[in-house]
Write a protein that binds this ligand. Structure first.
Ligand SMILES: Cc1cc2nc3c(=O)[nH]c(=O)nc-3n(C[C@H](O)[C@H](O)[C@H](O)COP(=O)(O)O)c2cc1C
Length: 355
């Protein structure tokens, strides 16, 4: 028996499960498999230019006629801070020497926020859902996306952010608890006030806004999904639970690290990109945490860290890789995405009926 909520009815889903958009991990094959099994598949498009985005949307469309979500980052562009960049460069020098790498590259904006070129792709493709991390897009862009018939989602890590997104015109709030893997969506609350766990955050957001709320963070199986529904959510968004999916673009060293991880093996760090994000702790995080204040603002550190990540991948070691993971690490399973969604549906029904 399908579990119905306002969101499953609106999108025609048979399972109240969203595969989280995951830049560099989600693939068109993953999104299509999830959507074909009755959940909502998502593309993490933050790192794609307009042409690559167009290609990925076409791939999803070729594999499914079901609804899917395309996600973007809406960050403010950073200020250059040469002193901080120099300090960070000096800290990285030892790792570069260990890996026999040449000079640390300059900081750079590898990832640009949502822009007109990608807006045009969205307006032409009209995916069922368009979602935003790090705040809402420009008002006129949001209006155009809604007029094109897309349902818009935005991530909130506090009640303040949820209210702000609703006031901006976002139609569904993704309440992201502190347990969540990957980047915190936090964009207008200080990080020390944006560390609320999912079980506390979701009902407070539900009470504060009138639009539907999706729960995200630390939900790894049907027990968590059932709990999210009890808290008033219309669906659960799982990231870590899909990182080991066969269709995900997760490198083998990342898969191995997550498969061996425990609930306490993650921390929220700015060390990879300049924005707080939850990852498994490996050598780079351990050794650099005391120097986190020197990390340039998002996304400037990207090109400086990239050669280390690539060197680690070439040697098959996780030392420098951003091993994004939430606290429900032990619940992730290596299965085809369709099997994950079917299992989550079964487990959710079992959990709801047991009560
Ligand atoms: C590998 C990975 C990449 C992520 N990338 C994105 C992203 O590109 N956009 C986004 O809105 N959220 C991203 N997230 C956060 C998810 O949307 C979601 O909030 C989180 O995964 C939920 O917590 P969980 O990992 O415990 O399920 C990412 C999460 C992970 C694990």
């Amino acid at each position: 028996m399908a579990i119905r909520t306002a969101l499953t009815d609106r999108l025609g889903l048979s399972v109240p499960v969203i595969q989280a958009p995951m830049a560099s991990v989600a693939t068109p094959a993953l999104a299509a498999a999830v959507s074909n099994t009755g959940g909502l598949g998502s593309l993490g498009s933050a790192q794609l230019d307009a042409a690559a985005l167009q290609a990925q949307i076409s791939e999803v469309r070729a594999a499914t006629d079901r609804p899917f979500n395309v996600n973007f980052f809406c960050h403010q562009r950073p200020q250059d801070d040469p002193a901080r960049a120099a300090a960070f460069r000096a800290r990285l020098a030892g790792f570069y020497a260990d890996e026999n790498l040449a000079k640390v590259p300059d900081p750079g904006e590898t990832y640009l926020p949502f822009d007109e070129a990608r807006l045009e792709v969205v307006l032409a493709a009209r995916p069922a859902v368009v979602s935003f991390h790090f705040g809402p897009p420009r008002a006129e862009w949001l209006t155009a996306i809604k007029q094109a018939g897309c349902l818009t989602f935005g991530s909130a890590t506090t009640v303040e952010e949820a209210r702000d997104l609703e006031a901006a015109g976002i139609e569904v709030i993704v309440a992201q608890g502190w347990e969540a893997g990957g980047h915190r969506g936090t964009y207008r609350t200080s990080l020390d006030r944006a560390q609320v766990g999912t079980i506390a955050l979701v009902p407070q957001v539900v009470d504060a806004v009138s639009c539907p709320v999706v729960a995200a963070g630390g939900i790894g199986d049907g027990r968590g999904i059932a709990a999210a529904l009890m808290l008033g959510a219309v669906a659960a968004q799982l990231g870590t639970g899909f990182v080991l999916a066969e269709e995900a673009a997760t490198p083998p060293l990342y898969r191995a690290a997550l498969a061996a991880a425990g609930e306490g093996d993650t921390r929220v760090t700015r060390l990879f990109t300049g924005r707080p994000a939850r990852a498994l702790v490996a050598r780079y995080v351990t050794e650099m945490t005391p120097h986190e204040a020197e990390v340039p603002d998002y996304p400037l550190p990207g090109p400086m860290v990239r050669p280390l990540i690539e060197a680690g991948v070439a040697r098959g070691v996780p030392d420098f890789h951003p091993l994004w993971s939430g606290q429900a690490a032990r619940l992730a399973r290596s299965e085809p995405a369709a099997a994950i969604v079917a299992r989550l549906a079964r487990e959710t029904e079992d959990a709801l009926h047991r009560r």
